[in-house]
Design a protein around this ligand. Sequence first.
Ligand code: ATP
Ligand code: MG
Length: 572
Amino acid sequence: MLVSKLLLPTLREVPAEAEVVSHQLLVRAGFIRKSAAGVYTLLPLAWRVVKKIENIIREEMDSRDGQEIMMPIIQPAELWQESGRWDVYGPELFRFKDRHGRDFCLGPTHEEIITDLVRGEVRSYKQLPLLLYQIQNKYRDERRPRFGLMRGREFIMKDLYSFDRDEDGLEITYQKMFDAYTRIFSRCGLRFRPVEADSGAIGGSDTHEFMVLAESGEAVVVYCPSDSCGYAANDEKAESPVEIEVGQQDQRPLSRVETPGTRTVEQVTEFLGISPKKLIKTIFYQTEKGLVAALVRGDRDINEVKLKKEVGSLELELANPQRVEEVTGSSVGFVGPIGIKDTLLVVDQEVAGLVNAVAGANQVDNHLVDINPGRDFSLDRTADIRLVKAGDPCPLCGKALLEARGIEVGQVFKLGTKYSSALNAVYSDQNGQELPIVMGCYGIGVTRTMAASIEQNNDENGIVWPVSIAPYQVVVIPVNIKNIDQQTMASRVYNKLLATGIEAVMDDRDERPGVKFKDADLVGYPVRVTVGGKAVSSGMLEVSIRKKGDIEMIAEDEIVRMISDFINKESS
Ligand code: ATP
Ligand code: MG
């Protein structure tokens, strides 16, 4: 392809609204343009990258007996009502009516559609296992679409669904997909980590997320530094052993003390001269099931995902201060678990074990001391609701955990029979007995993977594509296109590269060399071949590898072999 003909609108300025580097570079390097919040057109180079990622995915799915299909984006509400998700999916679901007033949605995921398909087509154990997948646009009306392709409202996803006879079969399929994902993200040149995750709204039991490690990641990953242990989890899911106070203490009688102006953990603990581990923090949440007061130690934060699960609620947000005053008779900063009305008390396991602790007295400028959980308030709802952080002990080996930020590029779920039971997708086993099909689902964000790759592969000059997913592998730059000798030599090299099957472009634009070099770095072609005056006289061309940045002089005859070797080495 000639660059003069390419739709490749590069920009010098960093777009104002782009917060993360992948978004900035995708816009600046002429890969994407925005239509609406979280909705983008992929220009020719972005589309080439997407197709490369998709092909890597296809190879790994197909070689593991995945069969590609294409399901509809438009989904009837009836199926979602049958699974029970029409009412629980919330505002993320793009809903609409057809001209007859019937309800539909745009597919954010396809468990309902595929389970409906399979219940119609699969009868016997002989047809299982069955693995079906598609690569397609998905629609989610995200609360905060942002970071360009990272969190879109329309994005490309690969979703595979597996159907097995039983849990053992699912285990094998799950492992197969886990291995496939490891291959896919390695082949895409990403540094990533699979982590245990929470199963969220999709439901099911075991699940792992594949996290690309990057500072800009929205997720926090907690992991064990010991390679032999290998524990790693999304912080929404991470667990750590309960810290138990050492030394026996006798319970003292409860009393109230004045603590004027001490609203924060720091102020109270300093005023009373106690450790934050002795303070009980009481945080109020509004849920659709009513008000919830969550209790964690002063040095802890609440894990809202765990809390939501414990309460069994769909919505959970901090209660507003007026509501807190209504039930406590006090104001935030002095609230505590004793004597509150109309509120479900959820107590973290560590709080349950405290002796002679401190909490708000539900009276401004007052705290209670020598509170004893169980004696002074109910422990009926005790659960793990704390957020694990760096430094907490690993649940498997006890070593201090570390933290990193990650971008979730893929997730694998064991769904079990959640959807097959709801939609009555059954098969007959060898004895003719009807059983629900055991399912799994496995997603990869294709467009997000492209963005995540840029987050990891860039420098101050632009994108540094891994060869395996680069839009083109080589750019040939004649320094002065008006010079016939340079033009002839550049075309010769360019055509030889094409003839060998190497994906090359030639920057034939009548631009200053500086402009072409800047664009080449910005776009991120892995290899650049420069044809200037010296090349014509000496027969030696400048070849530069984007990743390394240095320049090598290579004889014209050697160029194709040298570049082929480089590409093969990088892609293996
Ligand atoms: P997140 O927690 O980031 O919202 P999710 O867990 O809801 O994602 P899944 O339902 O697991 O997402 O979807 C499978 C994959 O699709 C994700 O691993 C991610 O790579 C991608 N994905 C999900 N939402 C978006 C989005 N809004 N924009 C781009 N890619 C997305
Ligand atoms: Mg997910």
